[in-house]
Design a protein around this ligand. Structure first.
Ligand code: AOF
Ligand code: ZN
Length: 365
């Protein structure tokens, strides 16, 4: 870990700049990568460029801000300060190294909020310091860590970030008494969930769902054509798949013969998968929730009562109210609640625990 602290303490303008960077970070989408925002200030403390990360595979926040800044001489750059909600990355991953790009531009000072604790991308502050950049770590660090608390936890546990999909009736059911379930939610909800599929690297469904619905588990556009990026289709469970199952239509699928969600995530991690969507059904959703392995929820609620039939979620081992797991609305990447056709779509994340809220020693402050 690198928490270099050089140069003058952070100013009011830098605090405000970091608050802006945190707001911008929320425009990104949750998944394989963290939410990150960046703001560049001139020597008077005025923001002159900004950027945010729009999701795995796209430009990092700092690179987007440098891009918006446009060409500057190194003499001009030396008077600029970059504020980033995460330590600029050291690695040349899907995109270039942010630390190297900042140093190459000649930016004089970098203030970042949270350190990047990953082995892959951490250590950027070190690179910047060695290049002669004035580096300060920890400004609004607690806020920045809170913003990505589940992503940080997933990375620390070396498992993919997970998105749980739930499509249910007003009384929380995913099928009627006779097992019919297509469709409880409307076309708008289904389109939205295909966007979540398309941004996931894997999609997990149980053998029960395969037998009941024979889903394709592909990501499709509203027109019904295949999205450009397809998640790995993952079937979880012991039962032999029925011959001709749609999920097995091509090689881009795997069956994991276990009911243990942690084992499934470990197997996906070993394949280099950083973001998995949990499609269903109820026993799969229940297993991931009970193990606290759900990092965000997309809940599609249709305005119908079924009164009988399968519940979306089963026994979570909650014996009394005080044991219930709490979630909170999540505005990252769009409104936490919205209407799609006649359905309500909720975006939720687990309520942070005391450990997520604790503020570490914060750099210069
Ligand atoms: C930054 N700025 O905006 C983000 C960072 O797969 P890649 O190459 O995009 O790299 C993703 C890793 O980089 C991610 O796991 C995290 O450690 C860091 N994310 N870093 O400097 C950004 N999104
Ligand atoms: Zn980067």
């Amino acid at each position: 870990m690198s928490g270099q602290t050089v140069g003058p303490p952070t100013s009011r303008a830098e605090q405000e700049g970091m608050e802006l960077a945190l707001e911008l970070a929320c425009r990104g989408i949750r998944g394989a990568n963290p939410l990150v925002g960046a703001v560049i200030l001139d020597e008077t403390g005025r923001p002159v460029a900004s950027g945010w990360h729009r999701g795995a595979g796209t430009a990092h926040a700092e690179a987007a801000a440098l891009d918006e800044l446009g060409p500057v001489t190194s003499e001009q750059a030396s008077r600029l300060t970059m504020l980033a909600t995460l330590e600029p990355c050291s690695h040349r991953g899907r995109t270039g190294s942010c630390a190297e790009a900042i140093a190459a531009t000649g930016i004089g000072r970098v203030v970042h909020a949270a350190t990047d604790g990953t082995a892959r991308a951490g250590g950027g502050a070190e690179i910047l310091s060695r290049a002669g950049v004035d580096v300060v770590s920890g400004l609004l660090g607690a806020e920045a860590r809170l913003l990505n608390h589940r992503w940080i936890g997933a990375r620390a546990a070396d498992r993919p970030f997970t998105s749980l999909h739930l499509a249910q009736s007003l009384d929380g059911r995913i099928a009627a008494a006779d097992g019919t379930s297509q469709w409880i939610t409307g076309a708008g909800s289904r389109e939205h969930s295909h966007l979540i599929r398309a941004r996931s690297e894997a999609i997990i469904a149980g053998t029960g769902t395969i037998f009941a619905d024979d889903p394709r588990l592909t990501a499709r556009t509203p027109a019904g054509t295949a999205a450009p990026r397809q998640p790995l289709r993952v079937v979880m469970g012991h039962r032999e798949l029925p011959g001709g199952a749609a999920v097995a239509a091509d090689d881009h699928h795997v069956q994991l013969r276990t009911h243990d969600p942690a084992a499934v995530l470990a197997a996906l991690s070993a394949r280099g998968i950083d973001h998995a969507m949990i499609e269903g059904g109820a026993s799969i959703a229940t297993a991931f929730l009970a193990a606290d392995l759900v990092d965000e929820i997309w809940l599609y609620q249709a305005p119908i009562f079924l009164g009988a039939g399968r519940h979306a979620v089963g026994d979570l081992g909650v014996g009394t109210l005080a044991e219930a797991g709490h979630f909170r609305f999540d505005d990252a990447g769009g409104p936490a609640h919205q209407l799609l056709g006649s359905d309500v779509v909720l975006h939720l994340e687990p309520q942070p625990g005391p450990a997520d809220r604790a503020s570490e020693h914060e750099g210069t402050r």
